[in-house]
Write a protein that binds this ligand. Structure first.
Ligand SMILES: *[C@@H]1O[C@H](CO)[C@@H](O)[C@H](O)[C@H]1NC(C)=O
Ligand SMILES: *[C@@H]1O[C@H](CO)[C@@H](O)[C@H](O)[C@H]1NC(C)=O
Ligand SMILES: *[C@@H]1O[C@H](CO)[C@@H](O)[C@H](O)[C@H]1NC(C)=O
Ligand SMILES: *[C@@H]1O[C@H](CO)[C@@H](O)[C@H](O)[C@H]1NC(C)=O
Ligand SMILES: *[C@@H]1O[C@H](CO)[C@@H](O)[C@H](O)[C@H]1NC(C)=O
Ligand SMILES: *[C@@H]1O[C@H](CO)[C@@H](O)[C@H](O)[C@H]1NC(C)=O
Ligand SMILES: *[C@@H]1O[C@H](CO)[C@@H](O)[C@H](O)[C@H]1NC(C)=O
Ligand SMILES: *[C@@H]1O[C@H](CO)[C@@H](O)[C@H](O)[C@H]1NC(C)=O
Ligand SMILES: *[C@@H]1O[C@H](CO)[C@@H](O)[C@H](O)[C@H]1NC(C)=O
Ligand SMILES: *[C@@H]1O[C@H](CO)[C@@H](O)[C@H](O)[C@H]1NC(C)=O
Ligand SMILES: *[C@@H]1O[C@H](CO)[C@@H](O)[C@H](O)[C@H]1NC(C)=O
Length: 808
């Protein structure tokens, strides 16, 4: 055909093309094909036009053969024939051959992908309204091949997850593991590990089961996902009719459920697997840290720099020459002096060379020094002192909630003060480190009327300083004094998980364990607590719930399984539950030393009253526990009954908050916008925020108010909540109390307020900070700080976090 006639035919061809598009096919017979040059035209369109199938441009000259949502702004692909292997923008072609094989060929004729079926001229290929591309045998009506069986990174409603399917995005996979549990896996070039469900919680602790081997999961049209392993979740817009959804594993390793907003063609997230994106493994690479500031950010550990400026996954390399970590050199006892650099609130997940429980900080350091392959150790002051020497540093993350620090081993000859970050030393409220930049903002809080609280400013500043705090431990002599080495090859082991099995108990079992509910530990609004001993000898507290609305066993189990997942050292652990007939019981960890009120108030005092350091630690622990409930939980939990009776103390006098989760659980978004209307009252007079007493909707700020009262009681050692002054005569309104406190703060005479039983043995700066926080908690709702702010501010005042003996 000559060039002239081609030109003449052009308008006609475009017309035909338009026609074609307008009445796009949803079923094609054998012999059809589409070349990439015609990518403006879809290969197939589903009957209701929701989905299109054809060539989707991914780069200048790169195309995928895909299925996408027709109405989305940026043509969101839900399936691709050739993920990761784009074809050329010229001469590539998809064809449904004469014998019924659907195949994609690249420019040079290579087959990039095909359906591997064929040999039958009776076949058709069609795009279903569900987004399923199906090859059907017309003679039998059977589907011989369907794209739903070969998902890429997305699952559509009515498309099943099975033992043979998985969603993949880069190094991340969502799949049924060998033990029948749906998981998220990072399988990178250097390491591989499961990061969801939380490996620390175990299968049961995550509300899953491995008993059902059918391995079947499905997202229904209403937006609810159900899986045979017990995983259930649902879209926040559950049930809205006609909403288009997709469940996608994104490039950042998180699994998200999306809903399409009709008007704009843009997706919104209606559920997400990991609330804390840093819990995804492999994001920042080796020797790097993942932080929230406030969005996700990678940074190198002190003394390390990015290995490849363009790619965080390549991690960081040391700026100093690596010490001889080899077993050979170590066994020869080559004297290498080491220093430890502390990075607070930080951990590297996995790759523990050992796990030494109940050891002192010094012995933990010693263990790391004696292991050639130890690159750092993690030390957690969670009561017993847990020590984890680490061989390699992967999956690092920093969070103000992490109850420990990592200590990096660097050769002493490295000038530690030249390491990045070390220059920014010091804390917001340390006796000798007060930064002038902090003080003015802080003083403004009470000083300038009408200027509004400066909490946000102050706390974010304190948090940054807190993180930057690095202490150097000149500890080379430990190595010299004890160089009988333990050669230990670098083994990639996972953290030894103390199995936390959340389980169901039978009524008989609990009756037996409590000796027929003999020893009563306490009673409250929600039920009576008994002491019990399980078969394996574990002492537990069994709470018989009296005030449960009639709830089916299934429903109760679903609700309680959420609490079973909550795991924080400052929250009382739930080991299990019983739901039989009309018995509803919860099995808690046993906390030895009774509740805070017994230690603080009047006649019930057990032995001596708490020392200042103990009080501060209780205040900090309670703040961290509540902050975890409010901000870091899988589900968003308001306690609704914070009071000294619900703060239990361990043998070491660490705080553990009890009875959380008995109030209604609430969706994060709903609560953030309008507050939540609780169906029945739970709070205790005296600790209850005014807006609640007035019947207004409540949010997490009610806990902040109650915490403020408790904090003040910790300082002054008497109940404020019965509205009496310290000398117990004159009845005062909360407003008057606040007024009086402000005067004390202004005068700086904090000593007049502190519990006289301490005989002046207290830390004035901490006390002042606590009173100021307490005051701010009593403000009206919007002016109160969050528990997160409070926990950071108290942490910044916590002197205990140092090991002064080792400061160089
Ligand atoms: C669509 O893609 C463009 C370019 O890739 C991007 O800038 C834009 O944010 C995307 N829009 C949406 C709604 O995703
Ligand atoms: C065709 O091109 C692809 C990539 O463009 C290449 O990997 C493949 O080797 C080529 N095949 C032949 C036969 O040239
Ligand atoms: C195609 O979709 C219809 C409903 O839209 C459904 O009944 C049918 O089973 C689907 N076919 C396949 C093979 O998915
Ligand atoms: C296993 O899971 C499937 C699919 O969710 C369900 O239909 C079946 O009842 C479950 N079996 C048991 C024993 O729970
Ligand atoms: C969105 O559009 C679909 C059809 O295009 C319709 O069925 C559905 O009701 C719409 N949803 C909303 C929320 O408007
Ligand atoms: C062992 O130490 C010596 C110095 O004592 C050093 O020269 C050598 O490179 C080291 N070996 C290895 C494998 O690092
Ligand atoms: C630490 O634990 C390892 C095994 O996990 C053990 O071999 C070693 O002896 C322990 N060290 C100390 C000092 O307890
Ligand atoms: C260490 O580094 C700091 C800052 O870079 C420098 O001021 C100091 O002189 C160095 N000390 C030694 C001993 O090199
Ligand atoms: C801070 O410490 C230095 C010595 O370490 C001391 O000279 C100075 O007086 C201290 N400052 C305050 C405000 O305590
Ligand atoms: C009850 O406790 C006894 C020991 O006190 C034990 O031998 C028995 O097996 C328990 N029974 C049940 C049902 O747990
Ligand atoms: C409770 O705490 C006190 C300190 O107030 C301590 O002496 C005592 O041993 C603790 N009791 C128990 C049972 O742990």
């Amino acid at each position: 055909m000559g060039s002239f006639s081609s030109l003449a035919l052009l308008p006609l061809i475009s017309f035909l093309l338009l026609q074609c598009y307008a009445s796009a096919q949803h079923t094609l017979g054998t012999g059809s094909s589409l070349s990439v040059e015609d990518h403006a035209r879809p290969f197939l369109v589903s009957p209701d036009a929701t989905f299109s199938c054809g060539f989707l441009q991914a780069g200048d000259n790169a195309f995928y053969f895909s299925i996408w949502f027709t109405a989305t702004k940026n043509k969101t692909a839900v399936w691709s024939a050739n993920p990761g292997y784009p074809v050329n923008g010229r001469l590539s072609r998809v064809s449904f051959s004469r014998d019924g094989e659907l195949a994609l060929a690249d420019a040079n004729g290579t087959t990039v992908w095909d359906t591997k079926i064929g040999g039958n001229r009776q076949l058709t290929v069609s795009l279903n309204d569900t987004g399923n591309l199906v090859i059907t045998d017309q003679s039998t009506g059977h589907a011989l091949w369907q794209s739903f069986h070969w998902p890429t990174d997305t699952l559509l409603p009515s498309q099943a997850m099975s033992k043979d399917t998985k969603l993949v995005a880069g190094y991340y996979t969502f799949y049924y593991d060998n033990d029948n549990v749906l998981r998220l896996l990072y399988d990178g070039p250097e390491i591989a590990s499961i990061y969801w469900p939380d490996p620390d919680l175990g299968i049961w602790g995550s509300g899953r089961t491995n008993y059902n081997s059918s391995r079947f999961g499905i997202l229904n049209n209403a937006g609810a996902f159900r899986s045979s392993d017990g995983l259930r979740f649902q879209a926040s817009d559950l049930g809205s009719p006609g909403v288009k959804r997709r469940l996608t594993i994104d490039k950042d390793g998180n699994l998200r459920l999306y809903s399409l907003v009709n008007a704009t063609g843009v997706w919104t997230v209606t559920w997400v697997a990991l609330q804390k994106p840093c819990s995804v493994h492999g994001l920042c690479g080796k020797n790097a840290l993942c932080e929230y500031q406030p969005s996700l950010r990678c940074s190198c550990a002190p003394g390390y720099e990015m290995a490849d400026r363009r790619d965080w996954r390549k991690g960081c390399k040391p700026t100093f020459s690596l010490p001889a970590y080899t077993a050979i050199n170590c066994s020869q006892g080559v004297p290498e002096e080491y220093t430890f650099v502390k990075v607070a609130y930080t951990d590297f997940y996995g790759y523990d060379l050992a796990f030494n429980k109940s050891v002192t900080f010094e012995s933990c350091m010693n263990i790391c020094l004696q292991m050639c392959s130890c690159a750092a150790f993690s030390y957690r002051m969670d009561g017993v002192g847990n020590c984890f020497p680490k061989g390699v540093l992967f999956n690092g993350y920093t969070s103000s909630f992490f109850p420990g620090s990592i200590y990096l081993k660097v050769p002493s000859k490295v000038n530690a003060s030249a390491l990045p970050l070390v220059a920014a030393k010091g804390l917001a409220c340390k006796p000798n480190g007060t930064s002038p930049a902090v003080v003015p903002g802080y003083a403004d809080m009470y000083g300038r009327p009408g200027s509004g609280p400066k909490w946000a400013y102050f706390f974010s500043f304190a948090a940054v300083l807190g993180f930057l705090e690095l202490l150097i431990f000149a500890a080379g002599w430990w190595f010299l004094s004890s160089h009988h080495s333990i050669p230990s090859s670098l083994q990639a082991g996972y953290r030894l998980v103390m199995a936390t099995q959340f389980r169901r108990f039978s009524y008989q079992e609990l009756k037996n364990a409590t000796g027929n509910f003999k020893e009563e530990l306490g009673r409250g609004g929600s039920g009576v607590v008994y002491r019990g001993v399980l078969d394996e000898g574990t002492v537990v507290a069994v709470k018989k719930l009296t005030d449960v609305q009639v709830q089916g066993e299934e429903e109760f189990w679903a609700e309680v399984a959420v609490f079973g997942r909550i795991n924080h050292i400052n929250l009382v652990r739930i080991w299990g539950f019983c739901s039989e007939g009309n018995h509803r019981m919860l099995v808690y960890e046993y906390v030895e030393n009774e509740s805070l009120d017994r230690h603080l108030f009047g006649t019930h005092i057990i032995g001596r009253s708490l020392s200042w350091a103990e009080r501060f630690r209780v205040a900090l622990g309670a703040a961290r526990g509540l902050a975890y409930l409010h901000h870091e939980c899988l589900e968003w939990v308001i306690h609704c009954d914070v009071k000294p009776e619900n703060i239990l103390l361990t043998r070491d006098l660490d705080a553990k908050i009890a009875d959380f989760g008995l109030a209604k659980l609430s969706g994060r978004d709903a609560a953030a916008s309008d507050g939540v209307q609780l169906s029945h009252m739970r709070g205790t007079t005296g600790y209850m925020a005014p807006e609640w007493a007035l019947g207004q909707p409540v949010d997490a700020k009610v806990d902040v108010y109650s915490y403020g009262i408790v904090l003040l009681e910790i300082v002054i050692g008497t109940r404020i909540s019965d509205q009496t002054t310290a000398d117990g005569e004159e009845r005062l309104e909360m407003g008057q109390i606040a007024q009086a406190l402000k005067q004390v703060v202004a005068s700086g005479d904090i000593g007049s307020l502190v519990d006289t039983r301490l005989n002046g043995q207290f830390h004035p700066r901490q006390a002042m900070e606590m009173v100021k926080i307490s005051l701010s908690c009593m403000e009206e709702r919007s002016s109160r700080p969050t528990m997160d702010d409070i926990s950071k501010a108290l942490t910044a005042c916590d002197d205990e976090d140092e090991h002064p003996a080792y400061v160089s």
